[in-house]
Structures are given as C-alpha cells and as structure tokens.
Ligand binder design. Structure first.
Ligand SMILES: [Zn+2]
Length: 381
C-alpha cells in the first residue's frame, strides 16, 4: 500500500534569503486572493466558478501585469491554481467551507515546489532562491515528491511530502477500544483508562484570552498593536505545539496498544461555530485526534470505526441496554432496571466499543471512513 507522509524541518535562511522567502510566500498569497476575487466576481455574473485550467491560463497575463510575480518559480504559481481548484471542489463535496482571503498579518504564507528542488544533508535547494540551510533532525522515509515552504511567525519550515510503501498485514480484532471524548476529561476509554487534558494547555489558554483582550484594545496600525499581535501569535504557536505533541503521543500509544479504535463521529464543524475559546480549542483537538487516529490506523493496519453521532451512547445502559434520559449535568449513569452505576463517559465508551465491535464482526471488516481527505494524512512533525 502506498501512503503519503509529510516531514517538516526548520529552515535557517540568511537575511537575504528571508526576504526572498517572504516575496515568494507573498506572491502565492497574492495569487490566491486574486483567484478568489476573480471567482467571486465571475460567480456573481454567471453563476459559475473558474477551475484549474481557466485559472492557470491567466498566469502569463498576470505576470506581465504584476511584474513581481515573475520572481516566483512558475510551477509554484501553478500550484496555487491547483490548490485553489482543490479548495473549490472540496466545497462541493461539503468537506470544507468556501475558501477565504489570505492575510499578510497572520504571517503564515507558504508556497509549494513540485519540481526542481534538491535535498542535501545541510541544505534544501529551493528554485529561484538557492541553497537554504535546514535542520534535518530526523531522516526522511520513502520517496520525496514535493516540498512546501511555510512561514510561522518569524520562523520558516520546509515540509517534504513523501510516497511511502507499507507492507500489508493481517488485521486483528481481539483488542478493540471504545473512546468517548469530552470537555472535562479529554477522553474515557472502554477499558477504564482516563486521558486527561494536558496541564499546560489550560493555563496557556487563559493567558491567550487575556492577551487577546489586550490586543483588541490597542489602536489599529500602531506599533503597540503589532507588538501585541506578535505576542498573541507566539502563544498560539505554543498552544498548538503542546496540543500536537499531546495528541501525537496519545494516538501513537493507542495504535500500538489496541487492534482497533471506535469513536463517535462528532459534529466538529458544527461545534466550531461557538466562540468560547477553550471550547473551540477542544474542538480543534478532537478533529485532529480523529484525523490522527484515522491515518495511523490505516498505516498500521488497525480498525478505525466511526459511530453515527445520533446513536444514544450516553443514554443507553451498557449492562442491560435500557434507555433513560441523561441531561448533560448528570455525571453518573444509574440504571433503574439493572441497578448498575457507572461514570457517564465510561458507560458511553463501553457502548461505543460494543457498536464498533459488532460492526467489525458484521461486515467482514469493511471500514467506515470519515470524509477526511487523504492528502491531509501527512503531517508527521
Ligand atoms: Zn441497566
């Protein structure tokens, strides 16, 4: 089986190279926003969208009109058209929302080079920029296919997308685990394991909320506002890193320990609509948790089952199957029929596990995959 894996490395550009990276990243952002604006206007006029070929055809004309675009590697510009095309198609598949404008002040520009790059031990050769030093802290696996250079605040990274071959293995089904994710505890497993949220996360979240309030009070365009924005950005990155580290450790451990995982298909995009910071961060964690479990299961030949989110897993007694109302504040499941008394989340996780197991046994292991895209499978940091 062939899978795509991504490997991310820190770049150490010189000041001169930094300027060029900024220019290339900025060009890609400019082009993205241009394509988006074009599409919005075109849709208003005709009720139709412009896809890859109609966008790529604009490139020579655009390069004449905006001479700075010629400084970019032409294939990187074509990649923007491809990426935009993909984003647009994902809207129709109802996987994602409509593409949005990219903003310079977020300092997260990026560009992709499909060809003409080279990887050395000490450097990456980026077309039109040259050899940029990188910190290769871990070896690559498989065959490198493309590189993406991205900005994160004042740091630059190179992600190498590789095609890897994985030897097929027989899937076992003895040790299947049900997972119930929550707000208070990160997750409760059907074998009784409780996974708590990482400690630092809460502290940093509070700090972030405070700094964000400060930012909103600073005058637009002022130096202080810029400084404050950098502060908020740094905290964001820190929280992201803590969370990613925690999720990778948790999911990897679970994939090694169990033969399969079962979880509820939470309506994460629906939950994201709320604006409470802690909650929205939890939502990001859950969808990332699901994403990691899905691709790691696939890579390691383990079962990955999603249960319909409308199944009453919290309301059903895991011992006798009777159903009772369970308001959110009720933390204990006390069964009126058989008298069993269990923690609410633990009871749900047993039901989730049971549903998953019956699904595995029923359909001769036909996995129910979520709608997540394969291309996203690849962030191994
Ligand atoms: Zn019962």
């Amino acid at each position: 089986m062939l899978v795509q894996k991504g490997f991310r490395y820190r770049l150490k550009p010189t000041n001169e190279q930094k300027c060029m990276l900024l220019q290339h990243g900025g060009n890609s952002r400019f082009l993205w926003n241009y394509f988006l604006k074009q599409n919005i206007d075109y849709y208003k006029e005709t009720g139709k969208f412009k896809f890859y070929h109609e966008l790529a055809i604009l490139l020579p004309k655009l390069k004449k009109e905006y001479s700075f675009l010629s400084e970019s590697f032409s294939q990187s510009l074509q990649m923007v058209a491809r990426q935009f095309d993909k984003a647009l198609k994902e809207v129709f598949k109802k996987e994602k929302g409509f593409p949005s404008f990219k903003k310079k002040h977020l300092l997260n520009d990026s560009f992709t080079c499909p060809q003409k790059w080279r990887l050395g031990r000490e450097f990456v050769f980026i077309p039109k920029i040259g050899e940029v030093k990188w910190i290769k802290h871990r070896p690559l696996q498989g065959e490198p296919k493309s590189i993406t250079i991205s900005q994160d605040g004042d740091k630059w990274y190179c992600s190498v997308l590789c095609k890897c071959k994985i030897e097929k293995q027989e899937k076992k089904k003895d040790n299947i685990i049900g997972i119930d994710v929550g707000l208070e505890k990160f997750a409760v497993l059907s074998d009784g394991t409780v996974i708590n949220n990482p400690k630092h996360l809460k502290k940093n979240e509070k700090k972030l909320a405070k700094e964000q309030r400060k930012l909103s009070k600073k005058q637009k365009g002022s130096k202080n506002r810029f400084k404050q924005r950098m502060k908020v950005r740094k905290l964001h990155t820190k929280i992201k890193n803590v969370r990613q580290d925690f999720l990778h450790k948790t999911t990897s451990h679970m994939i090694v320990k169990y033969d399969g995982v079962v979880l509820e298909d939470l309506n994460v995009s629906g939950m994201m609509k709320n604006h409470y910071l802690a909650k929205s961060i939890a939502d990001v964690s859950w969808s990332e948790f699901k994403r990691q479990l899905e691709y790691k299961s696939k890579w390691n030949f383990k079962h990955f089952i999603l249960i319909d989110r409308f199944t009453p897993t919290s309301k059903t007694c895991s011992n006798c199957g009777c159903i009772q109302d369970m308001p959110l504040n009720k933390r204990q499941f006390d069964c009126p029929d058989c008298g069993v008394s269990l923690d609410r989340d633990f009871n749900a996780s047993i039901n989730i596990c049971r549903l998953g197991r019956s699904r595995i046994n029923a359909c001769g292991v036909e996995e129910v995959s979520s709608t997540m895209k394969q291309e996203k499978e690849c962030s191994v940091n």
